[in-house]
Design a binder for this molecule. Sequence first.
Ligand SMILES: C[S@@+](CC[C@H](N)C(=O)[O-])C[C@H]1O[C@@H](n2cnc3c(N)ncnc32)[C@H](O)[C@@H]1O
Length: 205
Amino acid sequence: MNHDYTWDQRYQKGKDALPWDTGEPAPELIEFFEQIDSPPPYVLEIGCGSGTNAIWMAGNKSSVVATDISPAAIAMAKEKCKSRDLQVEFLVSDIMEATPVPAGSVNFVFDRGVYHVMAKEHRRKFIDRVAEALSDDGYWLCLAGNADQIRKPGVEGPPQLTASDLIDPTQQQFELYRLERSTFELPTLGSHLAWKALFRKRNKS
Ligand SMILES: C[S@@+](CC[C@H](N)C(=O)[O-])C[C@H]1O[C@@H](n2cnc3c(N)ncnc32)[C@H](O)[C@@H]1O
C-alpha cells in the first residue's frame, strides 16, 4: 500500500499537528441524522482521522466502516472506542487504491475534509469509489472548504473548492440534493467558510 507519510506523520505527532480535529462530531452530520427518518443502517466514512464522527454514528445506531490512509489515525480511532461496544470497524485503506467495502453495501458515505484534499486529477476516482460503495439512492455528505471566502495571504486554513470544483465531477453519478454554506470551526485556525454538499446516487436501473 502506498501510504502517504505526510498524513501519517502528522497523526504520529499528535493533536498539535491536526488543526482539523475538533474532537467533537461535525454539526452538519448531527443535523443530517436529525433530518432523516431513521439512521442509515450501513455507513462508510472515508478519511475518518481519529474517529470522532465514526464513533458518533455508531453510537447513533449505524453500522460503520471507517477508513483512513494513516495507520496512526486508525490507531488513535481504535484507542478512542476500545472499551465501547459499538458497530464500528476501523481500517487502514487508501481510497485511491480500492473501495474499502463491497459494492453497493452502504446507504451513506461521509467525508469531512477528505474530498477537498484530493488533487484535482484524483477527484473523479474518489467519486467513483463513493458511487461504487453506495446502494442505489444512497447519500454522500461531503464537507469541504469553500473558495468564496477570500483568504488573506499567510492565513492558514483548509483547501478551498469552488462550487464547480465540487459539483462538476459528480454529475454523471450523483444528483446534487442540497448545497449549503457552512463553517469549519477549527480549534487553532478559527472559523473557515465551508460547503455542506449532500449528493444522492443516481439510480441507474
Ligand atoms: C483534513 S483531514 C480530516 C480528517 C477527519 N475527517 C476529520 O474531520 O477530523 C483529511 C483526512 O483524510 C485522510 N486521507 C488523505 N488521503 C487519503 C486517502 N487517499 N485515503 C484515505 N484517507 C485519506 C488523512 O489521513 C486525514 O485523516
